[in-house]
Design a protein around this ligand. Structure first.
Ligand code: G3D
Ligand code: MG
Length: 204
């Protein structure tokens, strides 16, 4: 049995998922995580390295890696790719000027072999800002429909109001569980009460 197979089996038994939060700097990654963790969202400062947060959600342990998105830090993203089950790509929906940069970075990221198979959730964050781009507009601007390599979904949200944050994480957990746990042939795979819904495109 290969090492990867052993690691996968262990993770299945432990019901663990590894989720990577990425996106340009200032998109709201750290704020979303703080919101999820019930922390004070007013106390965020730019992430110079990375934060790891662990939550138990719907019976799964989520290890969430929040990595700094400044241009100078982006070359280091690849150090975090191993064993990633899902990518949460956070977008500042008010930042029209950097949408092209955002698209390029996302499409470059998705070419990474080590991310093959990871689910992709695009969070169109900061919907509370006046003039924010709607998720349908961001879907086009980021050419999400051109992504054939990953199962993806886009969801509008606001870390400030909390709108759709949990719904987004639910989609990630269901999508990953559908692949890792339902696709499992090992007897150690947990049995869930309900099959997860098929991947859906959220345009809320
Ligand atoms: P990052 O981790 O992606 O780099 P941060 O982004 O979480 O550090 O957030 C960057 C700034 O955006 C912060 O403001 C934060 O309060 C703000 N922000 C995050 N999410 C939202 C949101 O949903 N709505 C609004 N209006 N602002 C948001 P500061 O002023 O501290 O730079
Ligand atoms: Mg940050």
């Amino acid at each position: 049995m290969g090492l990867l197979t052993i690691i996968r089996k262990n993770r299945r038994k432990e019901r663990e998922m590894r989720i990577l939060f990425l996106g340009l700097d200032n998109a709201g990654k750290t704020t979303i995580l703080k919101r999820l963790n019930g922390e004070d969202i007013m106390a965020v400062s730019p992430t110079l390295g990375f934060n790891i947060k662990t939550f138990v959600h719907e019976g799964y342990t989520l290890n969430i890696w929040d990595v700094g998105g400044q241009r100078t830090l982006r070359p280091y993203w690849r150090n975090y790719f191993e064993q990633t089950d899902a990518i949460v790509w956070v977008v500042d929906s008010g930042d029209r000027l950097r949408m092209e940069d955002c698209k390029q970075e996302l499409h470059t990221l998705l070419q990474e072999d080590r991310l093959a198979g990871a689910s992709l959730l695009v969070f169109a964050n900061k919907q509370d800002i006046r003039g924010a781009m709607a998720s349908a507009e961001i879907r086009t601007a980021l050419d999400l429909d051109g992504i054939k390599s990953h199962q993806w979904s886009i969801m509008s949200c606001s870390a400030v109001t909390g709108h759709n944050i949990l719904e987004g994480i639910n989609w990630v957990v269901e999508d990953v569980a559908g692949r890792i746990y339902y696709g499992a042939t090992s007897g150690s795979a947990p049995i869930l009460a309900q099959p997860p819904p098929l991947a859906q495109q959220f345009t809320a």
